[in-house]
Design a protein around this ligand. Structure first.
Ligand code: FCB
Length: 437
């Protein structure tokens, strides 16, 4: 690969990410059912109705997986804690075995010299809370605050960094408006409520961590470059609105104490009562901010109901996901976030990577090229003023890619889902060489 540590500032952190439901195996260890289990059990939602009951069996193989992370030369490892594993009913009783697991996992990282980067919620909501309306229910802020306390009382003294929720856009919009992720709703009121409550829950969680003295607390949002599909004014307006919903809504709440005007033109009538009063809670002071970035979208206008836009197929080379490869977007978004929102706060790219139809022994050149081009974009963003302190590969392992099942392989390590054998890909070895130099 083309990058080396010396391209980046002293102390720049390289890490790889995973998430609990995507790798652990949720069918054992006393974990409660999650809305991903029921979503996957409903025909038509997930490719081949695949689910996370076994996944990569990381729950039983985490030592081997962390050995591989250490041997790659990574500085840190980004993981998430499963709410339903720790609190099977979402509230009340704690599953001691589940909490012990994260305790041992954190210690195992530290033993290997990997800094633990914790995310509290990466999408597997306990079904008992889904029954109560899940992210639509304002009480979720308190439930999530209590879960945060339970987890961080146990591991908060040893994590390097902590973020409450992975990708509010996915939790809110993708899951409640587009219906592609659990709970699979397509309802504007549900979406508006979930989008707001994901941020109030974030705020409560940060407060809970501050009360425990947890250090280095941040947030992780996802971003996509949004471009008009043609030169019409309508397409320009549509791309602007897509940008508002995807890129400006959540970070606006977190850093500006307001939601963008253009988005509120559509969402305001559907917001929960009193939403205007919640920005003190939402805007808790943060120590860092993380961006997940994969692709761009070309957006066209339509005559349908708000938001009246379509995703248009673009001409650039695509990954196995059908996502266009557009590293310029990462550069632009890092500089834009720095200048308009975070203004000097440490930034991290908390996810970036590509899926490919990998087999063991494949040359893996596309992934190396993708990663090189996005690391180069990070480098130019730093040159242009972004206070970027680290970069995280998605993902350490091939895993459960949500509605797309086990077919989309994002890992630096190949996983055979029959035998569960791990085989590092060529990109893994290339990164190891680059990081060792
Ligand atoms: C992100 C998710 C992660 C994975 C990648 C491909 O949106 O955080 O779990 O699905 O996309």
């Amino acid at each position: 690969m083309d990058f080396s540590r010396s391209d980046f500032p002293q102390g720049f952190l390289f890490s790889a990410a995973t998430s609990s439901y995507q790798i652990e195996g949720h069918g054992f260890g006393g974990a409660g059912k999650t809305h991903w289990d029921t979503f996957a059990a409903t025909p038509g939602n997930v490719v081949r109705a695949e689910h996370g009951q076994l996944a990569c069996d990381h729950y039983n193989r985490f030592e081997e997986d962390l050995d591989l992370a250490r041997d790659m030369g990574l500085d840190a490892y980004r993981f998430s804690t499963s709410w339903a594993r720790v609190m099977p009913e979402g509230r009340g009783a704690v599953n001691a075995e589940g909490l012990d697991f994260y305790d041992r996992l954190v210690d195992a990282m530290l033993e290997r010299g990997l800094k633990p980067q914790a995310t509290l919620y990466h999408w597997e909501l306990p079904v008992a809370l889904a029954d109560l309306g899940g992210w639509r229910n304002p009480d979720i802020a308190h439930w999530f605050g209590d879960f945060t306390t339970v987890v961080m009382e146990r591991i908060g003294d040893r994590v390097f960094s902590a973020a409450p929720i992975n990708e509010p856009w996915c939790v809110g919009w993708l899951s409640h408006f587009e219906g592609h992720h659990a709970p699979g709703l397509r309802d504007i009121r549900a979406a508006a409520h979930a989008m707001h409550h994901v941020l109030t829950a974030h705020g409560r969680s940060v407060q809970a961590m501050r009360a425990l003295g947890v250090q280095n607390v941040g947030a992780v949002c996802n971003f996509e470059a949004s471009l008009p599909a043609d030169s019409s004014p309508a397409a320009a307006a549509a791309a602007q609105l897509y940008d508002g919903i995807y890129n400006r809504f959540f970070i606006g709440g977190l850093f500006q104490g307001a939601y963008p005007q253009d988005v509120m033109e559509g969402l305001a009538p559907h917001m929960p009562k009193g939403w205007q009063d919640d920005f003190d809670l939402i805007g808790q002071k943060l120590d860092w901010f993380g961006l997940n970035y994969y692709t761009r979208k070309l957006i066209g206008a339509n005559d349908g109901a708000w938001p009246s836009y379509d995703y248009i197929d673009g001409p650039l080379p695509k990954t196995q996901m059908g996502w266009e490869i557009y590293p310029e977007g990462l550069h632009q978004l890092l500089v834009w976030v720095e200048q308009n929102y975070t203004k000097g706060l440490p930034l991290f790219v908390t996810e970036n990577g590509m899926s490919n139809a990998d087999t063991v022994g494949r040359d893996d050149v596309e992934r190396m090229a993708y990663l090189d081009s996005h690391l180069a974009a990070c480098k130019t963003a730093i040159r242009d003023g972004a206070n970027l302190r680290g970069y995280t590969f998605w993902s350490l392992l091939d895993n459960y890619e949500w509605a797309l099942g086990y077919e989309k392989r994002f890992g630096l390590i190949h996983v055979d889902f029959e035998t569960l054998e791990r085989s590092p890909k060529a990109s893994y070895y290339a990164i190891a060489r680059a990081l060792a130099e």
